[in-house]
Design a protein around this ligand. Structure first.
Ligand code: SAH
Length: 277
């Protein structure tokens, strides 16, 4: 009887430990946020889509710990004198929105900076130029009709119009612009609209349309998703993109040749920004 009792107690204790640890896991983000609040610690969230866009930042940072959530590593530490959380989202609108949301829920994040590479649209940008996003749009959001694709809300037929644009925090965009000028020189830095979608653009015609329809000067696959999430969370953000290609017929080749250098330039601009904050 006694042995049965103690066995029972052990089982209950084990069950309790299991329940508490699963609660701790589920509440990990909230607990980190509470800890940050107690320490009055705020972070700058740094997100990229690919390894070559984020490696330099992780290498240069002093990482305190890594939280792995949904298979994504959130590197928590300091970089250039600022508290940072650095994460690689993976390519595309879904993964980048998901990582931005997790980052904003899990930590007290005061600003988000997305850094990476993109295709230049229109005549303004050349390969290896930098684009600082002022405005963002999802170019492939809409309805497919017999007359072709239309940029509309769901099945309403209503043009997305002004509601489809998201805007960087002006102060953060100014800082990004000034930092980019310091790193790559004024002639190589532009500000304007970034068009995003779940498509790698390697068509000169489509790139021209992005410029005509949206006044886009760059196209990529994450910026507007980050912009939409950060706008919902009322968190200042900016997207910094170096042109790896011109989104034309030669985009893949150019992406392969210039992607790494472009990605490093954008990372350097982020570090310059952090130093200047
Ligand atoms: N050839 C690569 C393509 C990766 S997707 C592969 O198959 O793995 C391209 C990534 O770089 C995205 O994260 C996107 O944001 C950016 N990008 C660079 N040039 C682009 C372009 N021309 N069109 C769309 N995204 C581009």
């Amino acid at each position: 009887m006694k042995r049965k009792d103690s066995k029972m107690k052990r089982i209950i204790a084990l069950l309790l430990i299991a329940a508490v640890s699963s609660m701790l896991c589920a509440c990990g983000g909230r607990m980190q946020k509470a800890r940050d609040a107690m320490e009055d610690k705020e972070y700058i969230g740094l997100i990229s889509a690919m390894d070559n866009e984020i490696d330099m930042l992780i290498d240069e940072a002093d990482i305190d710990h890594v939280d792995t959530i949904g298979g994504v590593e959130y590197h928590v530490g300091t970089l250039c004198g600022q508290n940072v959380v650095i994460a690689k989202s993976g390519i595309g609108m879904v993964l980048s929105a998901s990582v931005a949301t997790t980052l904003l829920n899990g930590h007290k994040v005061s600003k988000v900076i997305f850094t990476g590479i993109a295709g230049g649209t229109g005549d303004k940008t050349k390969v290896l130029d930098e684009v600082i996003g002022d405005r963002y749009v999802e170019h492939d959001y809409g309805t497919v009709t017999d007359e072709g694709f239309k940029w509309t809300y769901g099945n309403t037929g209503e043009e997305v119009g002004d509601k489809g644009y998201f805007y960087s925090d002006p102060e953060l965009a100014d800082l990004a612009y000034e930092s980019a000028v310091d790193v790559v020189g004024k002639d190589n830095v532009h500000r304007g609209t970034i068009a995003s979608g779940n498509q790698f653009i390697t068509s000169g015609d489509y790139a021209d349309r992005l410029e005509q329809d949206f006044e886009a000067i760059a196209c990529e696959m994450e910026g507007a998703a980050i912009a939409e999430v950060c706008t919902q969370y009322k968190t200042p953000f900016v997207v910094i993109r170096a042109m790896s290609d011109k989104a034309d017929g030669k985009a893949h080749e150019s992406f392969d040749n210039f992607g790494d250098t472009a990605a490093d330039n954008s990372s350097r601009i982020v570090m310059e920004m952090l130093n200047n904050m």
